[in-house]
Design a protein around this ligand. Structure first.
Ligand SMILES: C[S@@+](CC[C@H](N)C(=O)[O-])C[C@H]1O[C@@H](n2cnc3c(N)ncnc32)[C@H](O)[C@@H]1O
Length: 294
């Protein structure tokens, strides 16, 4: 069935209200996207959902829906009235899930590492191949924040090392570390669906006996040789004492999910405990890394 999508610009205060309005004038579903491509993070249990400061609220309507009537309704209720800015898009009738799968291709990171969709052939069978189906979790390698961490992991000698993957999502970084020779990985995520996806991907790659997965409330106390955390700058700041506790003396740390203008602040914060390396940049995202001082 073809669809019509109606987009409205909103912010943290208005997003929820606009969603209600779109539903009230016949939308079958409403989605929120960040106008600046910030990754999606789960709220803490019990926390309110927080919207981005530049949110796009999108209502999906059946193509036969009376859109003139829907727009009149919105103009009647929105403070901008007849001047309300909106965008209407006709969506082709596609199999959206398949389209997403078709766009996820095997990708090489660094010298040795390939991330391959589990439903495709690995292009270099003798390379370090991670076969991945992200399911509902974040992490395919297409986002720069993940790519920066994959390249970093590929650059390390992980043989026999213990790794903590803080915010493991699909398990992509955990599996990359294991396939690159790590002895054991501890994956932590606030989202149970992410832990499920990580476990399934570990089984797919035959490394489930070396991956331990935890919700933050159950996370163990341990010192790891390598810690990688791809979560936003805010949580990286707030969770700094927790994250740094996981890093063994002389252990290595990488932090991702950070925008260029947030890097200095975090570089100084983690510089209290680590000798920080120069940042790595991809698009507007940066990766911080360093070595913990004894
Ligand atoms: C950007 S994704 C990264 C996924 C994957 N590691 C990657 O590099 O693609 C961030 C992940 O961190 C998780 N997360 C967010 N806040 C967290 C927190 N406070 N503690 C643990 N995990 C968290 C999210 O559920 C999400 O799966």
């Amino acid at each position: 069935m073809p669809w019509i999508q109606l987009r409205l610009s909103a912010n943290e205060e208005t997003a929820e209200k606009y969603s209600d309005w779109l539903m009230a004038c016949g939308a079958q579903a409403v989605t929120f996207i960040d106008a600046k491509d910030t990754p999606i993070y789960e709220p803490l249990p019990g926390d309110e959902i927080t919207y981005w400061s530049n949110t796009v609220v999108m209502g999906l309507y059946d193509a036969s829906h009376d859109m003139d009537k829907a727009i009149s309704y919105l103009q009647g209720i929105h403070p901008e009235g007849k001047n309300l800015k909106y965008k209407l898009e006709q969506l082709e009738d596609k199999d959206w899930e398949r389209e997403w799968m078709d766009n996820f291709h095997p990708m090489k990171f660094g010298e040795r590492l390939w991330i391959c969709p589990s439903w495709r052939e690995a292009p270099e069978p003798n390379a370090v191949n991670v076969m991945l189906d992200p399911g509902l979790a974040f992490g395919t390698g297409t986002h720069p924040t993940t790519a920066l961490c994959l390249t970093w992991l590929d650059s390390l000698d992980l043989s026999g090392k213990t790794v903590v993957d803080f915010g493991c999502g699909s398990g992509i970084l955990s599996l990359a570390a294991l396939k690159l020779g790590a002895e054991k990985v501890i994956g932590i995520d606030i989202d149970p669906q992410a832990l499920q996806a990580s476990l399934e991907n570990a089984k797919r790659n035959g490394v489930e006996d070396r991956l331990e997965l935890f919700l933050p409330k159950d996370q163990p106390t341990l010192k790891a040789d390598v810690v990688v955390a791809n979560i936003l700058a805010g949580p990286l700041r707030e969770l700094a004492p927790t994250i740094i506790e996981f890093v063994a003396d002389n252990g290595l740390l990488a932090l991702s999910g950070v925008l260029e203008n947030q890097a200095n602040d975090l570089q100084n914060l983690y510089g209290q405990w680590c000798n920080m390396s120069p940042i790595a940049v991809q698009d507007e995202w940066v990766r911080l890394s360093g070595q913990k001082r004894p």
